[in-house]
Design a protein around this ligand. Structure first.
Ligand SMILES: [Zn+2]
Length: 441
């Protein structure tokens, strides 16, 4: 058995043509497109909609349930069908045309994350067609605002599942992938599985100033006070810390190192003070070992010769495991500058998943059978996925999209000319079939 690849690609192309773009502002959503996407799934995958229960949560979030007689904990596959907005007029093939050309499928959502939805649901439709009988319950949950924090989709799905007292054997979401090792300075391909992710906290910080004419200014204006604070925070970042996902990753990657680097990375906790020195030097590696702050927006002033009566700045904090939103709030206050601190959005970092589980082992087997005998390593995601909201529902939450991207393709995420190769699309189908059969066969 295997799905008809041409038919699957046609379905994928149609899914890409529906403009399910998400925005931070609810009023910008075109919910007709979201309704269209749901109708498209219903028309295209008749068996899924006949045999599985579908619960639509908070209008557009989709929770499918493939029921069995088994008492074993169910498994869950996650994906999201919203996409980020596009630049107009800069794409080689129109972003919402679903063009299939040169061995690739082009368009917004081809690698993030309609590829996951379509290959998962194609696989399940095909399993149903072939009369596959799962030995445990299977759930699929599709969010519709992952790109803007998942507060409408994933959050409500999780609330519902918690009310039902659900627990899952494992939850698989987008995230890691098979990547060239060059991105980690090694000479081999590797599959990275996200076992934890950082969270975001956003604060608005307001500094007051004296109004008046700029010809007789105070020693520091509101803007000056704001700048002093920003400098202070940037000069005194949160302390570095080794968390389990990063420790495991360093240990695994040490195999490909030589000399002193190998020795240090083999035992990262013992040599952390040395490893830290080199990791803080790179932006990506620095983000792996500490909570980071980025001042991202500022506003003040009305005219060149008028003293500003306020200045405000927004800081985006990416919280590492071990820190909590309360700790970050206290920390910002501890700088002892004169300001008003307004939390805009607070969220704790995800739990750290287990890597000694049967599910992790099966995930690894499915990866090796699909992509060959490559190195597999857990890692920490510095970006976010819907799955962080599922922390309480399973000890085994893994973030892995089963495709192999090169450095150029990785950069296409959220960028112009996003595409997926047909080869990768086929790999995804192959992987999900293996994974589901191993977990529930
Ligand atoms: Zn995504």
């Amino acid at each position: 058995m295997a799905v008809d690849i041409n038919e699957s690609l046609e379905n994928f192309s149609k899914a890409l043509q529906i403009k399910t773009i998400s925005y931070p502002e609810t009023e910008k959503f075109d919910f007709d497109e979201y309704a269209k996407f749901i109708s498209f799934l219903k028309e295209t995958y008749p068996l899924v909609h006949e045999k599985l229960d579908l619960k639509i949560i908070n209008d557009y979030a989709l929770l499918y349930h493939w029921k069995t007689e088994s008492d074993d904990l169910p498994i869950m596959l996650l994906a999201h069908y919203d996409v980020v907005p596009v630049n107009e007029g800069t794409w080689t093939h129109e972003p919402f045309d679903g063009v299939i050309k040169d061995g690739k499928v082009w368009g917004r959502g081809t690698i993030d994350d309609k590829n996951s939805i379509i290959t998962i649901i194609e696989t399940v439709e095909d399993l149903l067609k072939n009369d596959f009988k799962p030995k445990r319950d299977i759930y699929m949950a599709f969010g519709y605002d992952e790109e803007v924090m998942g507060q409408r989709g994933a959050k409500h799905i999780v609330e519902y599942l918690k009310k039902e007292n659900m627990k899952f054997e494992c939850i698989l979401d987008e995230g890691g992938l098979v990547a060239p090792g060059s991105m980690m300075g090694i000479d081999a391909e590797l599959a990275v599985i996200g076992i934890a992710e950082k969270s975001q906290c956003n604060y608005e910080i307001i500094f007051k100033g004296d109004q008046g004419h700029s010809s007789s200014p105070p020693k520091s204006t509101a803007i000056g006070k704001m700048s002093a604070f920003i400098q202070d925070v940037e000069n005194h970042p949160r302390e570095c810390r080794l968390t389990k996902p990063v420790e495991e990753m360093l240990k695994n990657v040490s195999v490909y190192q030589s000399g002193l680097a190998k020795m240090f990375m083999k035992n990262p906790s013992r040599h952390f003070s040395l490893i830290k020195k080199s990791m803080v030097g790179g932006r990506q590696t620095n983000a792996l070992i500490r909570t980071t702050t980025a001042f991202t927006m500022a506003e003040s002033g009305t005219a060149a010769n008028v003293l500003p009566d306020y200045a405000k700045v927004v800081v985006n904090v990416r919280v590492l495991q071990g820190d909590t939103p309360e700790m970050i709030t206290d920390w910002l206050n501890s700088f002892n500058h004169d300001f008003e601190l307004k939390p805009l959005y607070l969220e704790a970092p995800s739990s750290i998943s287990n890597i000694d589980s049967k599910a992790y082992e099966i995930l690894g087997e499915s990866i090796k059978e699909t992509f060959g005998d490559i190195m597999i390593t857990p890692y920490l995601m510095i970006g976010g996925t819907d799955s962080r909201q599922y922390s309480e529902l399973s000890e085994n939450i893994y973030r892995f999209t089963p495709f192999k991207l090169d450095a150029h393709e990785i950069e296409l995420m959220h960028a112009d000319d996003e595409y997926i190769s047909i080869e990768n699309f086929e790999k995804m189908l192959e992987f999900y079939e293996k994974f589901i059969k191993k977990m529930a066969g």
